[in-house]
Design a binder for this molecule. Sequence first.
Ligand SMILES: *[C@@H]1O[C@H](CO)[C@@H](O)[C@H](O)[C@H]1NC(C)=O
Ligand SMILES: *[C@@H]1O[C@H](CO)[C@@H](O)[C@H](O)[C@H]1NC(C)=O
Length: 988
Amino acid sequence: MVFVKGVLTSISLAIAAVASVAARPAQLKFEKRQEDQQGIDDTSDNGLTERVTWDSYTLKLDGERVFLFSGEFHYFRLPSPDLWTDILQKFRALDYNGVSFYFNWGYHSPKKGVYNFDGVRDVQKAFDAAEEADLYVISRAGPYINAETDCGGFPSWLMDMRSPARYSNEEYNANRKEWLTEINKFLVPNQITNKKGGPIILNQLENEYTGHDAEYMEAIKQKFLADGIEVPSIFNDKGMNNYFVNGTGAPDIYGFDKYPAGFDCSNPKKWATNASTEYMDYYAITNPEQPSALWEFQGGAFDPWNGPGYSACRQMVNEQYAKIYYKSNYGQGVRIQNHYMTYGGISWGGLATPSVYTSYDYGAPISEPGLMTTKAYEVKLQATFLHTVKPFLATEYFEPKIDNSDNILVLGRASIEAPTKFYVAHHLNTPSDNLDEFHVTVNTTDGFFNIPKSSKLVLNGRDAKVLVADYDFESQHLVYSTSEIFTHQDVGSYDVIVVYAYEKEEGEFVIKTGGKRNVKVETNDSVTSEFSDGVLQLTYTHPNGTTPVYISGAGKKNKDLLVLISGYETALLWWAPVIDKKKDTRVLINGPYLVRSAYVSRSSVAFTGDIDQTTDIQVILPRAITSITWNGKKVKLHKGDHSIWTGTLKFTEPEVKYTDLTKAKWKYSPGSPETDSDFDDSEWTTADRLTTNSVTTSDTLPILYADDYGYHTGSIWFRGTFNGSSEITGFNLTCISGAASAWMVWLNGEYLGGFDVGSQEFRNLDINIKGKNVISALLWTTGHEEDGGSNDAYKTARGFTSAKLLGLNDDQNQTASIDWKIQGNLGGEDLADPVRGAYNEGGLYGERYGWHLPGFPDSKWEDASIPEEKSRTGVSWYRTTFDVDIPEGYDVPMSLRYVDETKTRYRSLLFLNGWQLGRYANDLGPQTQFYLPRGILNTSGLNTLAVAVIPIDEAAQIGKLILEPYKVLQSAIPSVDSVESPSYQDRQ
Ligand SMILES: *[C@@H]1O[C@H](CO)[C@@H](O)[C@H](O)[C@H]1NC(C)=O
Ligand SMILES: *[C@@H]1O[C@H](CO)[C@@H](O)[C@H](O)[C@H]1NC(C)=O
């Protein structure tokens, strides 16, 4: 790379070279800024509340500007309410100030008119957890949510609706009103506008609606209003479509969603689209009076059956992605950013749509078992910066002068409330791995500087930087810094600021000292300091670790300044928990794996958090604080130079005990008596429907769609009886179901094969030509389609579109020559188990008879072992009990892993204490490890495990099942109560 000094190319020239970067942003907002300066207050509200208002720059809460930095969390993907508190504490620790909740209609409603908000469905507990963690809530109750959920969050019973969903019509209106009435009972009292307060600050209408029915949107809006929603409404446009910006159905604040890296994790180095500059123009034209909002911005990616797995997604949407794409958003003026997902969780039971498997880890900042990732720490670096450096809230775009604009794009943002300027730099070709140097001319009240002056400023590969110039902070004045700012604080006798960049990169940090005489710099040899014209320049290389620079008498009233210069790896582990929200004060601590909170009481700070090893810490304490505790225990501190306290958090290896499942005693039972020709199916549902409301056309009658008979989840049995004759040579079945589904067929007890969806012909069969023949078919479903296109795709059938006897002519076949019976989960929509709910059980014999439940008497079952010694035909069930003992003060998230070399294809269901926490496909994967969340998992005693093995090929032999911790943390995890888990006896 040749570096040509002094050659300044304008951004628009650079853009001409890269077509995917949009044209130079319009200057529209500049004109409005002039108005602001003339004192015109253009703050808007929705006429119902002044607690949440907005202008073109930001939201304002009680008149205060905020960057709404929120993350998506789905309570329905973590069936253990006390863990909601744990996860939302982690949001707070990462300095999110908001959380976005989807509410899943189908999760609460197994049957028309039936709603359940108890136990794991108690959404009030989610609000309480958010409020405790000091997070604002964006509520998104649909009615449609998508979210890779079964029917996109519609209840399965809606599939039998005649009218189209997501449009205005009487039937759908009545149904969605039913849901909104129920969920609004929870939303309304949890709004910030209530007397006693509440966390909800914004409420979404529908989701990603592309159906163009403005009356429908308007009706949803009116329904929320009529029920008492007072906070501003929002709409999440599926991209930059200009839908519902103004007019009928438009919300108070419009915004859109974007997933620039795409969803193909199999190529993790590849990002689908470059960082954009289009958003800036788009907002300026589309909704110039509103803050720029990304209601969903990619935080990870979902992964399909047979995909590369979530470690690949986490690699694709990694911390480098977060640096570049998120900072690009800030550079474009985005001041509301919701990460989808920040914690993904588990699509347990039948929650998932077929495009995803059980884990919904999503490669999100916080992993499925609740662990920190590098991206989480990167997000924290950004969030804390955004919440600390206030002039970045309300800014206008300007075009800075830079060199190397062939390779580097710098977006300028000028504060409208201070002289402060921001320079957001990333590679013009977003995924570039090159090392490129550049200079920016910073435009300050102290003059113009071409920076850096004497060192190098680089972007080393996939990096992005927000540089700050002309910034008054605490008692100091920053002229500019080529290191990025994490945060700064007034700690009493001095100010402190933490800055960082990748290790070995050079940096310049320049403050104004004015005419002061007694300014003194104390630091080590790696930093040079130079005074000239009332300005002090520090020049340094970012270390492995932190270099302190103490500048005496630097600021107003000669206030000292401690500059802490960190290398990136060290910076990731700086935490700045808020200790006083009103005064906006924080305390700084470096080292721990997780710092959940800090409270000051008298002369001590009480930290809570988690460590994964013995950890050396550095703490910067406010004046008058002389001690700290960590999870209630006093920590011995040494006061080093410049009040940097050091200490050690000792990690004590816990005695974690859990059963070795490979040595456990297992019980076995065969589980598919339905294949026998004389099995009694007289109690089953007769398939007698001749019409359907499905969008799937049936070629033969009766309709053989499970949902039409009230069976919506998991495995479905079909039994067809026909009288044989010499003309009948076989039969033909055409199966429809989602990705990764499978079906198996038997005739008169004889296995005929196992298949993917589609058509199969069965000939040369051993048909009883003189009497009764029985076809048994077991369909393994993987959920229903979503309705992203507002075209009723969620009504796509699961079952058979055609069932014909071969050898008969069409006329003969038209008369129902096969009598069909159908059986899914016990009770259908009248759930046998309302506690675990609609998605937990399917129609396997063992599920119908409670074999998965704790307390089922399995003593008469055969003894068996896993790994299995025999290859077994038909469905097999295995049961065992096991112990887990995790001592108090530790978080040891546990998993169950299938270790399998079985060559024949099989599917498996895993039930922990009756909860279906895993669907495994040995032939597809990629998931082999299943999270067993605490609360469902008893971590101080006995657990019941039931595993169903469903061969697709004639027989299967399950390999090993292993209990395994993800990580051992000495932890301040809140206490987790056991989730109510009804036993077999409770069901009788
Ligand atoms: C919406 O209305 C605002 C204010 O009148 C206008 O500036 C903007 O262009 C409109 N947006 C669209 C997409 O019509
Ligand atoms: C300096 O900043 C002001 C806005 O504060 C802008 O109008 C002007 O164009 C900038 N000048 C340069 C050379 O960047």
